[in-house]
Design a protein around this ligand. Structure first.
Ligand code: AMP
Length: 115
């Protein structure tokens, strides 16, 4: 893994600005700078795991925590009944920041399948 901080570590560490909406011991959430929907929040583990396949059995609790935290953040933003969680995992799947993150998207009807 690179020693260089990821963009999201720099936001978490306050080195570049982020519109932070949630922080706890394990993760931080902030608004996506280029929202694709009225609610578009990125939920990011403090631990900079690049992709899901870089996780280990030790990360099971952390990954579960993300899944349990996302609906709470969605509810706080008024979309608790209908939201989408997206992990773009790998460049060909649209990943551009290689620090695992969940997109929490809602606030408009969402089509399936995504593009
Ligand atoms: P992905 O393409 O799945 O890796 O998602 C990366 C997301 O990070 C994109 O939706 C970007 O709009 C978002 N993003 C990039 N830079 C920033 C930033 N400085 N603050 C908040 N979101 C960002």
């Amino acid at each position: 893994m690179s020693d260089e901080k990821t963009l999201f570590e720099r936001i978490i560490d306050g080195e570049i600005p982020g519109d932070i909406v949630h922080e706890d011991e394990h993760c931080v959430a902030f608004k996506d700078i280029n929202p694709g929907a009225p609610v578009h929040i990125l939920l990011v583990p403090r631990k900079p795991m690049p992709r899901l396949q870089d996780g280990t059995p030790d990360d099971q609790g952390l990954l579960g925590h993300l899944m349990l935290t996302a609906p709470k953040i969605a509810a706080q933003h008024g979309v608790g009944d209908a939201f989408r969680l997206v992990v773009n995992n790998g460049a060909d799947a649209g990943q551009s920041v290689f620090h695992l993150h969940l997109h929490i998207i809602g606030g408009r009807p969402l089509k399936w399948p995504p593009g």
